[in-house]
Design a protein around this ligand. Structure first.
Ligand code: G3H
Ligand code: ZN
Length: 280
């Protein structure tokens, strides 16, 4: 069923488990990620980025399909608008029934970030929508690798109190769009952030993090773990392998299908890594 992101992250935070949030670009991503979550028997967040909306030219078609897939799922699935900088798009997402939003004002000066995010939070909360914001730019988009940025725990706690956001993306050593899983995470900082910040912490750019460090990041306090690039690499590798082996294929189902299977397998595996060992 479709649930809010808070219904997934709240219990996960209380139990010390991590939750996978995976980016949807096309229909095959949404079906693959959901199939992987069903196989693992674990909840999942399907997220559509503002960039994906720009690619499609509109939010509604991709959101409607993703919401329908979430409603039909046998495990709890949330549908999230990721990295939105356009307030109109946030309002549209709320109106369409998405269950959470990340409003990214992380490039604005602190005071401006606080005031605009607080007003977006009010709008989201009126509709029961869970709002994530970012403090300390994770960076790495447009090829800029910025692993050195860090979120200050005291500032993070003050920011959450001032804005009323429900989840906070923090900069702890990851960087977006890494093609190797070699990020060096600041586990000590994650622990301090968890101690000071009362809402679930969100790790962006998690494609750059090894399995072992994903599990450790969760143990230290990360809750929502965003992974996009790594799944695209799995998808595209399977498509490329299929087309290379069968260069005369023309039916997209014959090469997108293997991409979809590869993503489902990897999502099931990653969700188990993030959930940690089953409670005794
Ligand atoms: O918001 C999405 C994530 O931060 C994805 O980052 O593509 O580096 O995994 P990634
Ligand atoms: Zn991100």
């Amino acid at each position: 069923p479709l649930v809010t992101t808070g219904e997934i992250t709240g219990p996960a935070m209380a139990a010390g488990r991590g939750v996978g949030a995976f980016n949807v670009i096309q229909l095959e991503h949404a079906t693959a990620i959901t199939a992987g979550a069903e196989r693992a028997g674990l909840p999942v967040v399907l997220q559509i980025s503002e960039n994906a909306v720009l690619y499609h030219g509109a939010l509604e078609p991709v959101a409607a399909a993703t919401l329908a897939i979430a409603r039909a799922a046998s495990v709890p699935v949330a549908v999230h608008l990721d990295h939105a900088t356009d307030r109109m798009l946030v309002e549209q997402a709320v109106a369409l029934g998405l269950t959470s939003v990340m409003f990214d004002a992380s490039t604005l000066p602190y005071e401006e970030n606080v005031s605009v995010t607080a007003s977006v939070a009010e709008h989201c909360h009126r509709a029961g929508v869970w709002l994530e914001a970012e403090l300390g730019e994770v960076g790495g988009k447009d090829g800029v690798h910025a692993p050195g940025v860090r979120t200050d725990p005291a500032e993070a706690a003050a920011y959450v109190a001032a804005t009323g956001v429900d989840g906070l993306a923090v900069a702890v050593g990851t960087s977006h769009a890494m093609s190797t899983r070699t990020a060096a995470l600041d586990f000590e900082l994650i622990g301090r952030l968890r101690a000071d910040v009362k809402v679930p912490l969100v790790l962006h750019g998690s494609s750059g993090v090894s399995d072992e460090d994903l599990a450790r990041a969760v143990t230290h306090g990360m809750v929502k773990v965003n992974i996009a690039t790594h799944l695209n690499a799995c998808f595209t590798a399977a498509v490329r392998e299929t087309l290379t082996a069968q260069p005369r294929l023309t039916d997209p189902r014959k090469y997108l299908g293997p991409g979809r299977s590869a993503v489902a397998d990897e999502v099931a595996r990653l969700l188990r890594v993030l959930a940690g060992p089953p409670a005794a």
